[in-house]
Design a protein around this ligand. Structure first.
Ligand code: ADP
Ligand code: ZN
Length: 570
């Protein structure tokens, strides 16, 4: 019944609705034509043959003649009458027997049939499909992820058991979709999971566990699961997930490390063998306000400052770049070198106080991270977090100035804005900046579109959920061909291209021509120079670790197409 109703609904939607109007006008035209013929019929019968007919009889005659039924029980017996009958018959053939069926077919039947034919969802991938990525669950992260895959011409398929969603994704967005239940082994087989490159499980935690178990009963294809609750991580691993990404945990950590100001320990972003990439806020360090050369970071610790983050912009510093109070320094070096830097900077300062606005999964993860440092913090949320019994947030709407004042925001050194609503986040950023011009504001962007607005509102750092999640997924697929630092910046590894062999780092002009710069060199004997001198010579067989945007990485590859891409583990 529901099926029929939804099919009938087709005729009153969109284009079909317009067509229905046209048809109704045509019916009105036919009606007027028939009424006119009936009237003329009565007039002619009376004036040429003296016969009187009722109006009903006139309509009856018109219908039988127009439809070419011609029963012959009511007919003219004079020339004018014959001529009139001929005209009515011909117009009947044209308007009733040709145009009417034709327009019903073209305006309704054909579009409807076409829609039905077009809208047959794909239930199965061709048997020879291989090397594809199977994505369960499309949200902002996986959406950005498949866009990246599209950009790289990689094959993927999205699985959904929502018929209308399948149609929408396939028809309107041109994405490859298979319609079916994500936990059905039959559907898994139809997805050719055994020859897939990767499976991404991004539904609820129980559904993801189910996907992993079903998949494991069929094949060994690697599967990555995105969990909502970090405590489910172990369960998903047990269910067979090769990687479990606890997004709230990762995002919370990202936010927390960027919000802490004074004396916060260097936060290691990633490690590649001996090389660590870490961030440290300049504020509170002895180097604040100095130029890079004056700071003597390299001489004292052996670390290289490869970038400076400020308000979402990463600049590659020169000797004379000032280490600004509000910036975050990006460093590379060994863990011992980082330790000596931390010793140089001193112990965490008691003065640090962070406000966390929003105690959802992410806010809670940020709080847990600060607890471990330890850095004191104040949580504000308008409702209780049902999954956290550990923290006691101040209950109240963070958009209320009074609540923030009462909680003592004037004492805060940093604020983490992490509600699930971007408009609220923009507002809270504006309000915090207004109340506290010097405070460090780190905001979360639930949608990538709002990153710019958050910076415009006064955020020092914006962490976009989707970009972070997508980069992690891309790195897994690439087996770490590049490392995500923040929106749009990567560390990537390449062999020394033939054109640069024998040159030193300065004369390679990588920085001037492409904008990316070398942060480390790895020699064939396994030795890694984590802070190469500008005069270090690029020898054949050496691998370079470079930092640059995705565009710069691409530009490097098109300039040196034969430079081998290296995995970080190599
Ligand atoms: P996530 O788990 O991704 O962090 P949640 O929806 O669980 O997202 O968390 C968002 C939190 O932000 C919720 O606890 C919600 O109560 C809180 N929140 C939203 N708006 C406000 C507001 N105006 N003031 C205080 N807390 C807010
Ligand atoms: Zn909590």
């Amino acid at each position: 019944m529901k099926g029929i109703a939804s099919q009938l609904a087709f005729f009153v939607r969109g284009r079909a609705r317009q067509n229905l109007k046209v048809l109704l006008i045509y019916f009105a035209f036919l009606l007027v034509m028939m009424l006119t013929y009936a009237t003329v019929f009565r007039y002619l019968m009376w004036h040429t043959e003296g016969r009187e007919f009722s109006f009903i009889a006139g309509i009856y005659w018109t219908i039988t003649v127009m439809s070419t039924l011609g029963f012959g029980d009511v007919t003219f017996h004079n020339d004018i009458g014959y001529a009139f009958s001929g005209i009515v018959t011909i117009s009947g053939v044209v308007f009733l027997l040709i145009i009417l069926p034709f327009s019903v077919v073209t305006l309704f039947l054909a579009p409807w049939i076409e829609q039905r034919l077009r809208y047959t969802p794909t239930l199965e991938l061709p048997a020879n499909t291989h090397g594809h990525i199977v994505v369960f669950g499309l949200d902002s992260i996986t959406r950005l992820f498949v866009r990246k895959l599209q950009g790289r011409n990689m094959n993927f398929v999205i699985v959904t058991q929502d018929y209308d969603r399948a149609l929408k994704l396939e028809e309107q967005e041109g994405l490859k979709v298979v319609y079916g239940s994500p936990t059905d082994a039959g559907v898994m087989r139809h997805l050719r999971v055994e020859s897939a490159q990767y499976v991404v499980a991004n539904l609820s935690d129980p559904e993801n566990a189910n996907i992993c178990l079903t998949l494991r009963s069929l094949c060994d294809t690697p599967v990555v699961a995105l969990v909502g609750d970090p405590e489910h991580q172990v369960l998903l691993q047990q269910a067979g997930a090769n990687h479990v990404i606890a997004m709230p945990h990762i995002l919370g950590r990202f936010l927390a490390t960027r919000a802490t100001t004074k004396g916060a320990m260097a936060h290691v972003l990633d490690t590649f063998g001996a090389l660590q990439i870490a961030e440290i806020p300049v504020n509170g360090t002895p180097f604040a306000g100095m130029t890079l050369a004056q700071s003597q970071i390299r001489q004292k610790t052996g670390l290289s400052v490869i970038g400076l983050w400020k308000r979402g912009q990463l600049t590659i510093p020169t000797r004379d770049t000032i280490l600004d109070d509000e910036s975050l320094a990006l460093l590379t070096g060994s863990s011992d070198q980082l330790k000596s830097l931390e010793k140089l900077i001193g112990d965490p300062d008691e003065d640090d106080l962070i406000f966390i606005l929003g105690h959802g999964h992410i806010g809670c993860a940020a709080a847990r991270f600060l607890e471990r440092k330890p850095v004191p913090f104040v949580l504000i949320d308008r409702s209780e977090n049902s999954v956290c019994t550990r923290h006691q947030p101040i209950l109240g709407d963070a958009t209320s100035r009074q609540i923030l004042m009462d909680a003592g925001i004037e004492r805060a050194t940093g604020v983490i804005v992490t509600t699930n609503d971007d408009s609220t986040n923009v507002f809270l950023t504006l309000a915090s900046r207004h109340m506290h011009p010097d405070i460090r504001i780190v905001a979360r962007a639930n949608s990538d579109e709002n990153v710019d607005q958050l910076y415009a509102a006064g955020a020092d750092f914006v962490v976009a959920n989707a970009s972070v999640g997508t980069s992690i997924l891309m790195n897994l697929i690439d087996r770490k061909a590049s490392v995500f630092l923040s929106e749009g910046m990567n560390v990537f590894k390449r062999g020394v291209p033939v054109a640069l062999v024998g040159k030193d780092i300065v004369s390679s002009e990588l920085r001037d021509t492409l904008g990316c710069s070398i942060v480390a060199l790895k020699y064939p004997d396994g030795h890694m120079d984590t802070s190469p001198e500008p005069t270090a010579v690029l020898e054949p067989g050496v691998s370079m670790l470079l930092i640059g945007s995705a565009e710069q990485e691409k530009a490097f590859d098109s300039r040196y197409p034969h430079s081998p891409k290296k995995k970080f583990a190599e």
